[in-house]
Design a protein around this ligand. Structure first.
Ligand SMILES: Cc1cc2nc3c(=O)[nH]c(=O)nc-3n(C[C@H](O)[C@H](O)[C@H](O)COP(=O)(O)OP(=O)(O)OC[C@H]3O[C@@H](n4cnc5c(N)ncnc54)[C@H](O)[C@@H]3O)c2cc1C
Length: 457
């Protein structure tokens, strides 16, 4: 029998946080038939800092939500990543869709760039249409995990069957799941600076003729830092420029939140050694949105001890800034949660379904965290032998010959992890998991039959 996609029992669910992960989770759970309330401390208006890269694993999910027209309107697709040496401007090599196709045979289409604010608005509309209720300008200050209830700044308790923490990097909910202070990874303090520059302004300068092509993502690999830029489909088209740089100062609660600066130098970024185009590009920006990142280690579990508190998005995962997997992880979490909870039949199954979520998502989070950390370390490696090997690999891209085993091996060594991540199908993963273990959930929580009862199998 075909599934309706709706749960047999409607749960009351509170989602804390209305970023991309919270909005997507609210939509996914509302669509599964649950009563969802989102509590968000801001006024809910998108405060965009540019664009969001959507990898095929994320694009595939959003497409399945029936919004293809909206996606077509707002997406800029890209199919080439250009790599330049940041001090000299020398072109190193391009990873193209064609190369990936050769290796993965059509499995990696759908790299897109969306304007952050428009994507957030789209998710907001989707969730609202499915019945999600929003409470903006309300801050969750603590949690009673067993009840479970969240406590608002006003003192109000909001109780539910399930609480989902989608409250981002500085999550309040995480401390109830992670149990105590989290260990920080020692080498992981970096600053991310993002800005947008009108594309028309860039196009006036012939030095940029090779930069910002409609299908391109341009990366400069510097001595310890990276800078990348891509076109965003805003009203007049902008170029989003992102710098990720080591940060050697103390991370404070203020600089770990998004804030603005006119001076990149204040964050240790030196323009002196940048190649002329990069220096110009950075100089063109009126100001930058900045945030310092200090990565805690991967969580061992994304579900709290009571099984009634679950983390999604950046509250759950901390991969490196500027990697695009972080946003995709939140969307995959949302899809996984919605799909699992669409199968719930009785409230006493919440714990088992939460465990299923953990079993599916935690290993993936762990894999992506380690892969991305390693990959970004290679991209940002200071000058030396590793950088020479990296640049040689990038240069070999232009000689890539389809069917040449050595070339394919080289690509797989450098981007094999990436391919594994972006070809992942979160929906299929849940269905596979369910076909293997789902019946155990149903059987384990079935009440003993009353005399004379027959049970559907
Ligand atoms: C204002 C803003 C702009 C951003 N712009 C971009 C961008 O342009 N490009 C890009 O790639 N990424 C951007 N990001 C980051 C990106 O959204 C996240 O890194 C990633 O997508 C994970 O999303 P998330 O929903 O898990 O977390 P977040 O996007 O951080 O969302 C968390 C939400 O929870 C809310 N919240 C936190 N604590 C509480 C609390 N105690 N009570 C109630 N609500 C709470 C926050 O206000 C926030 O809206 C932005 C994030 C923010 C907050």
């Amino acid at each position: 029998m075909a599934r309706s996609g709706k749960a047999r029992v409607a749960l009351d669910i509170v989602v804390v946080g209305a970023g991309l992960a919270g909005m997507a989770t609210a939509f996914s759970l509302s669509r599964a038939g649950h009563r969802v309330v989102v509590i968000e401390k801001s006024d809910g208006k998108a405060r965009s800092y540019g664009s969001v890269v959507s990898s095929p694993n994320m694009t595939r999910i959003i497409q399945s939500w029936g919004v293809q027209d909206e996606l077509d309107r707002m997406a800029v697709l890209f199919n080439r990543i250009h790599h330049y040496e940041a001090e000299t401007g020398v072109f190193l090599g391009a990873l193209t869709q064609g190369i990936l196709d050769e290796i993965k045979k059509d499995a990696v289409h759908g790299f897109a760039i969306f304007p952050y604010g428009e994507l957030l608005d789209l998710f907001h509309q989707l969730a609202s249409k499915k019945g999600t209720k929003f409470r903006f300008n309300e801050t969750v200050v603590s949690l009673e995990p067993d009840t479970p209830c969240v406590i608002l700044e006003s003192g109000e308790r909001v109780c539910a069957d399930l609480i989902v923490g989608a409250d981002g990097f500085h999550s309040t909910i995480r401390s109830y799941v992670a149990d105590g202070a989290q260990e920080l990874e020692s080498d992981a303090r970096v600053v991310q600076l993002r800005t947008t520059i009108p594309l028309a302004k860039i196009r006036e300068d012939r030095d940029f003729d090779d930069i910002g092509g409609p299908l391109d993502w341009d990366w400069w690999l510097g001595n310890g830092y990276i800078c990348h830029c891509s076109v965003t489909q805003t009203q007049d088209q902008d170029m989003t420029v992102v710098i990720v740089h080591p940060y050697h100062e103390i991370a404070t609660s203020e600089n770990k939140e998004w804030h603005r600066t006119q001076k990149v130098e204040n964050y240790g970024v030196s323009m002196d050694k940048m190649e002329p185009r990069l220096r110009k590009l950075v100089g063109m920006a009126d100001s930058f949105a900045v945030r310092v990142y200090e990565s805690p280690a991967v969580l061992e579990s994304l579900v709290g001890p009571s099984s009634k508190v679950i983390l999604v998005g950046e509250a759950a995962h901390h991969s490196m800034p500027s990697g695009y997997h972080l946003t995709a992880m939140g969307i995959e979490d949302a899809q996984t949660l919605g799909r699992l909870f669409s199968r719930i039949q009785r409230k006493d199954q919440i714990g088992q379904i939460a465990t299923a979520y953990d079993e599916i998502r935690q290993p993936r989070a762990e894999f992506i965290h380690h892969y991305e950390k390693q990959y970004q370390t290679v991209l940002r490696v200071p000058k030396g032998p590793v950088q020479v090997v990296r640049d040689t690999c990038l240069q070999k891209l232009s000689e890539f010959a389809p069917g040449n085993a050595a070339d394919e091996e080289m690509i797989l060594q450098m981007w094999g992890g990436e391919l594994q991540i972006i070809t992942h199908d979160a929906t299929e993963k849940v269905d596979d998991w369910w076909s293997q273990y789902g019946t155990f959930i149903w059987r384990a929580s079935m009440p003993p039959p009353a005399d004379g009862d027959t049970r559907a199998t």
